[in-house]
Design a protein around this ligand. Structure first.
Ligand SMILES: [Zn+2]
Length: 553
């Protein structure tokens, strides 16, 4: 029965404990905190959620200190048990701390069990909650268990980052699981632009290892692989290891045009894949439909279906109003004209499409000196005017996505409307399709998309190029891993003599890359060989040692 006096005394004890524990946390004083915990237990001080978490955190943080490890482990688990028996639900931070303790004991199973059962405390795991179990399994080369952790992360909606993917790659490599290595290389490609030095080392170790020589198929359909590269937006095919035999791993650089200085392969400016493009076009269209007068936008879509032959779209207002914030500044038709002409010249005489709001178009017509030019644009199908009340952003964005072409605008597309798209691939799309521009003393300069992307790339010859993260901001100074399989090059050289350098075999459904689509073909920069091919039959490279041939059956 608490008399007022007793209550007051316990309050004093609690606040004193609280104060002292905070001090220990601040000073990372594990032993001090443990003795506070002991006396709190013996004098019946009530510990709350914060106190338990502070104690657990101190323990988990002390395991790396050799002299404290044993004490941290013994007391950490005891504190956690006490927390549970006191009826205080652990949260994510508590579980993470205890999972770290379990991992410090090399008990990955326990660490994983803690994550698996945290739902009963209504706690939601984060990436860091999984790390102790995952890294523990990797250290012990328990690949299957590591994969289980990854699977659980997927179910919990937790995404892996470079450290986790690299760890899974490592355990797969060390246990000789070639298919898994392939899978994780692709996961790495998807989520990391440049690999860290430690990840690069793991990749090198795999390719220099014995097992890597054994993986792969000797018969592969060259055309199918190439088709997959294009369908994926360039930079990867995902069809598995190609060829057999040893790999050559070298550190090299890539020249300004994206050519590997080691093997001579040309790297891609990687685009989003077909599925992502379709998804992006659909989400732009459905957002536009919500916000625009529906019939206007669908009328435009119909128009676009019939007039799909553009290689570049111009955000007319953005170009016309560029640097016009001076007295007498208005809409510069001459700037727009320069952009139109430059695109026409660069693309081998194809007119771009300028998207312009109706009200601006009418204002331009009011000025007799513009009229002739604007009429000419109309006649040549260069101009599309968006209806009154519309937001022309939807129109140029939709067109560019749909036609997979280039977009001339300095708009960074960070407005709310682009945020609505919210897709992870929008940035990647922008990198590949946006052309920025400047006018220096009236002279136009177009800044084309980069010639290649500094991302992990898999070539149609099964080679890998891995950019390594560095301190230098200069792309030209970046170190790359160039990983090739000489036997594959040899086979391809024999099958396709050197003079035939363009298409390697059957290129099915390559309308997108064989049409005059500059965004895909880089024609406007003239840096992509013609992918046209008349051979629509699959080309199979066989691995027969004596008579390497390809069947067209
Ligand atoms: Zn190379």
């Amino acid at each position: 029965m608490g008399t007022p006096k007793k209550k007051k005394k316990s309050q004093t004890l609690e606040s004193q404990f609280h104060f002292d524990l905070n001090l220990c946390s601040k000073n990372k004083d594990l032993l001090g905190a443990i003795s506070l915990f002991e006396s709190a237990i013996s004098n019946g001080t009530r510990l709350n959620h914060h106190h338990f978490n502070a104690l657990l955190y101190l323990c988990s943080n002390s395991v790396s200190d050799h002299s404290l490890k044993d004490s941290a482990l013994d007391n950490g688990f005891r504190i956690f048990d006490r927390m549970l028996s006191a009826g205080i639900s652990p949260n994510e931070a508590s579980i993470t701390a205890v999972a770290r303790l379990a991992a410090a004991k090399s008990d990955g199973d326990h660490a994983f069990e803690l994550v698996r059962t945290m739902g009963k405390h209504n706690a939601v795991p984060r990436l860091r909650t999984y790390d102790p179990a995952l890294f523990c399994f990797v250290e012990k080369s328990e690949a299957e268990k590591a994969y289980e952790v990854e699977e659980h992360m997927g179910m919990a909606g937790v995404s892996l980052e470079e450290a986790e993917i690299a760890a899974l790659l490592r355990v797969s490599s060390e246990t000789g699981k070639g298919e898994k290595v392939y899978e994780y290389l692709h996961k790495l490609r998807c989520s990391v632009r440049c690999a860290s030095e430690s990840t690069a080392k793991i990749i090198e170790d795999w390719f220099c290892g014995k097992k890597a020589c054994e993986v792969g198929e000797v018969g592969w359909e060259v055309g199918k692989v190439r088709e997959a590269v294009f369908r994926n937006g360039g930079g990867w095919h995902g069809r598995g290891w190609i060829g057999k035999g040893e790999w050559i791993v070298r550190r090299t650089s890539v020249d300004w045009s994206g050519q590997c200085c080691c093997c001579g392969d040309k790297l891609f400016c990687v685009d989003i894949d077909d599925e992502e493009t379709e998804k992006l076009a659909q989400s732009v269209a459905s957002l536009a439909m919500e916000r625009e007068v529906k019939s206007n936008f669908s009328k435009f879509q119909d128009w676009l279906d019939k007039n799909a032959d553009y290689e570049a779209i111009v955000d007319g207002a953005n170009v016309g109003l560029y640097q016009q914030n001076f007295a007498d500044g208005g809409f510069s038709v001459s700037q727009l004209d320069s952009v139109v002409k430059e695109l026409y010249n660069k693309s081998g005489n194809k007119w771009p499409l300028v998207v312009l709001h109706n009200k601006r178009y009418r204002a331009l017509l009011e000025n007799p000196s513009n009229r002739k030019l604007v009429d000419e644009w109309m006649d040549k199908g260069i101009l599309y005017t968006t209806p009154t009340g519309s937001n022309d952003d939807w129109y140029w964005l939709y067109t560019t996505v749909k036609l997979r072409c280039l977009l001339v605008t300095n708009d960074e597309m960070r407005d709310h409307i682009f945020e609505l798209l919210g897709s992870s691939f929008f940035l990647k799309w922008k990198e590949r399709h946006q052309v920025r521009y400047t006018f220096v003393k009236g002279n136009l300069k177009l800044q084309m998309p980069p010639l290649y992307s500094s991302v992990i790339q898999e070539s149609e010859k099964g080679a890998w190029h891995v950019p390594i993260a560095g301190d230098s901001g200069e792309e030209s100074e970046r170190t790359w891993l160039c990983i090739t399989r000489p036997s594959v090059y040899k086979v391809l050289d024999e099958v396709f003599p050197i003079e035939d350098s363009s298409p390697i075999g059957g290129c099915l459904q390559l309308q997108q890359c064989t049409s005059n689509n500059i965004a895909n073909r880089n024609d406007i920069r003239g840096n992509l060989d013609s992918s046209d091919t008349s051979n629509d039959k699959p080309t199979v490279v066989t691995g027969k040692r004596k008579e390497r041939c390809f069947s067209t059956s």
